[in-house]
Design a protein around this ligand. Structure first.
Ligand SMILES: Cc1ncc(COP(=O)(O)O)c(C=O)c1O
Length: 436
């Protein structure tokens, strides 16, 4: 081995040499090579806006960092060498100890009875949505969804060329009269929907929770029409009083229901860990479509190590913090928008779904607000029925601080008044439309 000083000299020598001049190269134009039908290009990320009410981000202070560090250290010391194999010696369904935790948790919290081999760990529940879609949907198919629902599901359906029919909601989620009518109508037209997609426990974006009788009615209708239910329980841990109805999967005893869940909202979205609960006959069709050779192992190991002793105590602390932020948001809206902002108080979660007067186009409001540093989700993105979402918006209160919520809502009200003349009162002070 050369002495240290010689190594430095060698490095200096290389750094002082100039590379031989090479002929100028015209960069290859990839445009004609791109595959047909790609989605629009992504915008470059320029950091978060000052007042960030979009996305499904969580409260930074509630990420259990110290306990995750301890969990990571313990599990790596004990089992770190299993990282040498794809799938951690647990096979393609995911880390066995995490699936064992889920078997117990889903039984305790949601009344679900499932075997360890009926759970597939996914890279976020978004991958779960893609795998379920992957085995069931073809271009031209029809599915039933809630009239307002998760944008990530809607845009995947649109990309697949699937017809998503929105079914109206009320304070308890999917309306059964409307669902029954929609199913009858499709039957008359000879169309069998591929699934009924629902977020029954803290609906995104309305925050509604479907009660048990309605879940049973939903199952009855689904069975009558021979249509499976796709239950997305992404927010089910974030119920304010901690009490939730049994999962639809539990009530159906696993028949006809595919269930997905996530650790994004209960622990942290950046971990990218979700799961699917389904019969092996379905999981065995999804596995060949899961082409990532396994979801991130470290995340699964740390979660399993952390969750077994801590999850049950962590969740009430998190929901208490989120509930306090919701209070701040509702107070700020009342103060800044008065009666111009209408909403039903959500029963959990991280979102408030707001209706503004018809004169407000929230797509335009979102653009004007963005220029003032406030990011909001315009309602049209959240509904297959675009006019329904026109004067609605979704506000995520999970990530901004209490002060940012207050300031951000004040800025939003100011922008809205300037653009649309409402609210006519700001902070309970009468405004003239021409006020600078
Ligand atoms: C209803 C619903 N399902 C699924 C997801 C996907 O979440 P993740 O992939 O982080 O688990 C989200 C994210 O916000 C959601 O709102």
């Amino acid at each position: 081995m050369p002495p240290r000083r010689n190594l430095c000299l060698i490095r200096e020598f290389h750094m002082t040499q100039t590379a031989p001049a090479s002929p100028p190269v015209t960069p290859l134009d990839f445009t004609p090579l791109l595959a047909a039908g790609l989605p629009a290009p992504a915008a470059k990320w320029n950091g978060f806006p000052k007042y960030n009410f979009v996305g499904g981000h969580n409260d930074a202070a509630q990420v259990p960092v110290d306990a995750l560090i301890d969990a990571a250290t313990a599990v790596l010391r004990r089992e770190g060498r299993t990282l040498a194999t794809y799938g951690l010696e647990s096979g393609p369904l995911g880390y066995r100890r995490l699936r064992a935790f889920l078997v117990e948790k889903l039984w305790r919290d949601a009344g679900m009875s499932c075997a360890i081999d009926e759970i597939l760990i996914t890279s976020g529940s978004l991958q779960g949505i893609e795998l379920v879609n992957g085995i069931l949907l073809s271009r031209g198919d029809t599915v039933l969804v809630e009239q307002v629902t998760y944008f990530g599901s809607l845009n995947r359906l649109a990309r697949l060329g699937v017809n998503a029919i929105g079914v109206p909601l009320d304070h308890e989620g999917l309306r059964m009269d409307a669902l029954s009518a929609a199913l009858d109508d499709l039957k008359r037209r000879g169309i069998r929907p591929k699934y009924i997609y629902t977020i029954p426990t803290v609906q995104n974006p309305t925050g509604a929770i479907m009660g048990e009788p309605r879940r049973l009615e939903l199952l009855r209708l689904a069975e009558l029409h021979n249509v499976p239910i796709f239950e997305d329980d992404c927010y089910a841990d974030l119920v304010w009083d901690g009490r939730r109805p049994p999962a639809i999967h539990a009530l159906s005893r696993g028949r006809n229901v595919i269930h997905i869940g996530s650790f994004s909202k209960s622990i942290a979205p950046a971990l990218r860990v979700g799961f699917i609960v389904a019969d092996w006959s379905l999981l065995s069709r999804m596995l060949p479509l899961k082409t990532d050779a396994g979801s991130g192992a470290l995340e699964q190991m740390v979660l399993a190590e952390y969750c077994a002793p801590h999850f049950a105590a962590h969740v009430p602390e998190l929901t208490r913090a989120l509930r306090a932020k919701l209070e701040t948001l509702m107070e700020s809206l009342a103060e800044q928008f008065g009666t111009a902002a209408e909403f039903d108080e959500p029963k959990g979660g991280i979102f408030l779904w707001v209706k503004l007067p018809d004169v407000v186009d929230t797509q335009k409001l979102a653009q004007a607000a963005a220029a003032a540093g406030v990011a909001i989700n315009p309602g049209f993105e959240w509904s297959p029925d675009k006019p329904y979402g026109r004067s609605r918006l979704r506000l995520c209160f999970g990530h901004p601080s209490h002060a940012e919520i207050r300031e951000g809502v004040a800025v939003l009200a100011d922008v809205c008044r300037r653009e649309f003349g409402v609210p006519s009162r700001i902070a309970n002070v009468e405004q003239s439309a021409g006020r600078p």
